[in-house]
Design a protein around this ligand. Structure first.
Ligand code: ZN
Length: 301
């Protein structure tokens, strides 16, 4: 259950803007070397949860390869294009359940035309959502692919892709090292050590809390402590909640609480399951504009 939540968070928060090099240091090095040596394979399969930057990485790598530097220099003749004529991203339209075979075929046609520059990149998003015809067409294209073509497939459900296709790709796993990322972000802030400890506990899915001031972080932690030990601290909880005015403050508290639960679920046992349920209800109530104070009170009563 907690893992399902974990993926949902990735999807919802879409950690697209964070630095790819910091999130995937080892993978980055491997691809950087390919760019430096201008050595590359014909097909890759990037897999991992949705929203963790697989497409961003694919595009970043393709641009870098054409430029010759990773990250790309930004001013050479390859970098001046807003969208490079040798890079094509194929994705299903929002209304469709699956990626249509026509889109796959037109991508294959694009791949057959020699590149303007040194290489052609075809990036296929959600490759696990193709039709059977699409897979057949793609398999044939991979088998007969031109030496100047590289396909990068991205998928969150690799098990849905036929093994005949998977076996023709270099598989690259994308799963960000969140712990490392958080540690770096927290250290940069130079808070006292006890505030750092609080942040390790409440920022897992909630990077924005790291940007708040010390006093706010301490206040959120006080409120959370009350929720975690409701028997001893209902009176104090009510006092703290009384100061809350904005829906956003309530959201921050729920985000922090969720992060705390993910980190400490083993310690909290069945209590954490109850809390998950309460948080879910609280979120729903906030979105229908029930007073944030009342919503938060429901966490301890
Ligand atoms: Zn460049």
């Amino acid at each position: 259950m907690i893992f399902k939540n974990f993926y949902q968070f990735f999807r919802e928060r879409q950690i697209y803007s964070v630095d790819l090099k910091r999130l995937y240091p080892n993978t980055y090095k491997v691809f950087e070397r390919m760019v430096q040596n201008q050595e590359i394979r014909n097909a890759f399969l990037f897999y991992g949860p949705q929203g963790v930057g697989k497409i961003d990485f694919a595009l970043h790598f393709a641009k870098s390869f054409l430029c010759g530097l990773m990250p790309p220099c930004g001013f050479c003749s390859e970098c001046v294009y807003e969208s490079h004529p040798d890079i094509l991203i194929v994705r299903k339209s929002a209304d469709d359940e699956r990626l249509k075979v026509e889109s796959v075929r037109s991508a294959i046609d694009f791949a057959l035309v020699p590149p303007y520059s040194s290489r052609k990149f075809i990036i296929i998003q959600d490759a696990h959502l193709m039709t059977q015809q699409g897979y057949s067409a793609l398999l044939k294209a991979l088998e007969e692919s031109k030496p100047y073509t590289t396909y990068i497939l991205t998928a969150s459900k690799i098990e849905l892709i036929p093994s005949t296709i998977v076996s023709r790709c270099v598989k690259v796993r994308f799963f960000p090292n969140i712990k490392e990322l958080l540690e770096t972000k927290i250290q940069e802030k130079n808070f006292p050590q006890d505030v750092n400890e609080i942040l390790y506990n409440i920022s897992y899915f909630n990077f924005s809390v790291i940007e708040k001031d010390e006093e706010t972080i301490r206040r959120i932690w006080k409120i959370l402590s009350c929720v975690i030990n409701p028997e001893d601290s209902r009176a104090e909880f009510i006092k703290l909640i009384n100061e809350i005015r904005e829906i956003q403050e309530a959201r921050d508290i729920l985000d922090s609480l969720e992060s705390y639960l993910v980190k400490n679920s083993a310690k909290l046992g069945s209590f954490s399951v109850d809390l998950w349920e309460k948080i879910r209800t609280a979120r729903r109530n906030l979105e229908v504009f029930i007073n944030p104070k009342i919503v938060l009170l429901s966490l301890v009563f």
